[in-house]
Design a protein around this ligand. Structure first.
Ligand SMILES: NC(=O)c1ccc[n+]([C@@H]2O[C@H](COP(=O)([O-])OP(=O)(O)OC[C@H]3O[C@@H](n4cnc5c(N)ncnc54)[C@H](OP(=O)(O)O)[C@@H]3O)[C@@H](O)[C@H]2O)c1
Length: 414
């Protein structure tokens, strides 16, 4: 099928209780292209990792988040992904298309691409706006109903804090109710996630976008049943997060990377002039040329092979050739050890690697007042609190200090 991209999205307005997601359209003139004649890949050939609880997870996950224009094609893209052999589907309430993914799963079964939903590993995510004791179970129930499944294989807490942004907001949107990570609040949410795991609605639990400090607190306060077994975070050749990943792996947490291709069609609010594009990096291009594979395959094969093949990647596409290419990247070692080293580096002058700390999701729309507009505070663990009381104390002291600062200092921030 060849279909022109079109809009606008069928996304219902104000879908979420607390207001959520903005996706400025990056409408492309290219074409969505699904070609049923293209042969798929045997799912058995796709590398898998065993999670701490014993479940087996395909390392390549088909992503279902896309900017507005592709929402109309996400069902067809997901059916096509299943047809060509993807068995791990990455979803989230925030992507506003769980129903569509559910339809795709049913259609894939009806077409005989899979015999039942049990052949899939389904990852779902709890949205920030539902991070409270009373909201977790209804949110999961909604997700299960929308996907048309009785349980999900992996339920990730999408972000560490309950901060939301309103639909249609711009990159400079700020939510005055936003707060930093407060461990005792988070544990109320996590406790509900664990309870739903016990109830059998979730097989395994994990986190997404969590940093070392908040994970340390979580690991301190959980046992083997209630520990996260996966952390999904931004990772690609120009943003490798090797230290954080190694720490998490040392704790038995499998790390999967999103935006593994550098997310060329990401929303406008996540585009900054400092950003570089992974697939056009000269080293990635040169390795692609040497191996006669696409730059995308270089990025994804690197993601699969790195750190002793211990993690995974999420990638999405709306063309059959790319959907196949992206899955085949997890089937064998297309890159040589020296090419892997050239990308990863080893902290020596001979092998610097190409990590450029090129974080694409700055998360500025989630900032709380005391971060003073500096998005790096979201990631550098400088404002992580154990208790509500600790945060209240900090906030008070911050306000006092800030007032004096403004009254007395030349060029104080306002
Ligand atoms: N946990 C989180 O907070 C979080 C955050 C962001 C994303 N995610 C997950 O990660 C998934 C992937 O993120 P993403 O879609 O932003 O980034 P991505 O997978 O890095 O990039 C996808 C884009 O790359 C293009 N593309 C795909 N395959 C290609 C190929 N072989 N050659 C050239 N271009 C190719 C696609 O273009 P077309 O659009 O033209 O097909 C698509 O727009 C999401 O769908 C979502 O499931 C999770």
């Amino acid at each position: 099928m060849l279909a022109a991209r079109r809009g606008p999205s069928r996304r219902p307005a104000n879908f979420f209780k607390k207001g959520l997601f903005m996706i400025p359209p990056n409408v492309s003139s290219e074409m969505v292209n699904f070609d049923p004649k293209v042969q798929g890949i045997d799912p058995a050939a796709v590398h898998k990792v065993t999670l701490a609880g014993g479940a087996v997870m395909p390392v390549a996950a088909f992503g279902t988040f896309h900017s507005d224009w592709a929402q109309d094609y996400m069902k067809d893209a997901t059916v096509e992904a299943i047809r060509v052999g993807w068995r791990h589907i990455d979803t989230a309430r925030a992507y506003e298309n769980e129903e569509v993914v559910g339809e795709a799963i049913r259609e894939a079964i009806a077409k005989g691409y899979i015999a039942s939903r049990d052949e899939l590993f389904i990852t779902a995510k709890l949205w920030n706006g539902h991070m409270s004791k009373q909201d977790v179970e209804p949110a999961l129930n909604h997700t299960l109903r929308a996907l048309g499944v009785e349980k999900v294989d992996m339920y990730l807490n999408h972000w560490p804090w309950p901060n939301v942004h309103t639909p249609g907001c711009a990159g400079d949107h700020r939510n005055s109710d936003a707060v930093p990570y407060i461990h005792d609040c988070f544990m109320e949410t996590w406790g509900q996630i664990v309870r739903l795991k016990k109830a059998g609605k979730i097989v395994d639990i994990g986190t997404s976008n969590h940093t070392a400090a908040d994970l340390k607190l979580l690991l301190r306060d959980t046992d083997s049943f209630s520990r996260p077994v996966v952390n999904q975070m931004e990772m690609h050749p120009l943003f490798q997060q090797t230290g954080l990943r190694r720490y998490m792996e040392s704790q038995g947490i499998v790390c999967t990377g999103y935006m593994s291709l550098g997310s060329p069609n990401r929303p406008g609010r996540d585009r900054f002039k400092e950003h570089r594009a992974d697939m056009t990096d000269p080293l990635i291009q040169s390795i692609a040329a040497q191996n006669a594979v696409s730059p995308a395959k270089v990025c994804l094969n690197w993601a699969y092979q790195r750190e002793n093949k211990s993690g995974g990647y999420v990638a999405m596409a709306t063309r059959t050739d790319w959907i196949v290419d992206n899955l085949s990247a997890a089937t064998k070692d297309f890159l040589t050890p020296s090419q892997m080293l050239a990308i990863s580096g080893d902290d020596t002058p001979e092998h610097p690697g190409i990590d450029a700390n090129n974080r694409l999701i700055w998360g500025q729309v989630f900032l709380w007042p005391e971060a003073l507009g500096d998005w790096r505070v979201l990631w550098d663990d400088s404002q992580v609190f154990e208790t509500r009381a600790a945060y209240a104390k900090f906030k008070q002291s911050f306000q006092n200090h800030h007032q004096v600062w403004q009254e007395t200092t030349v060029n104080a921030p306002h």
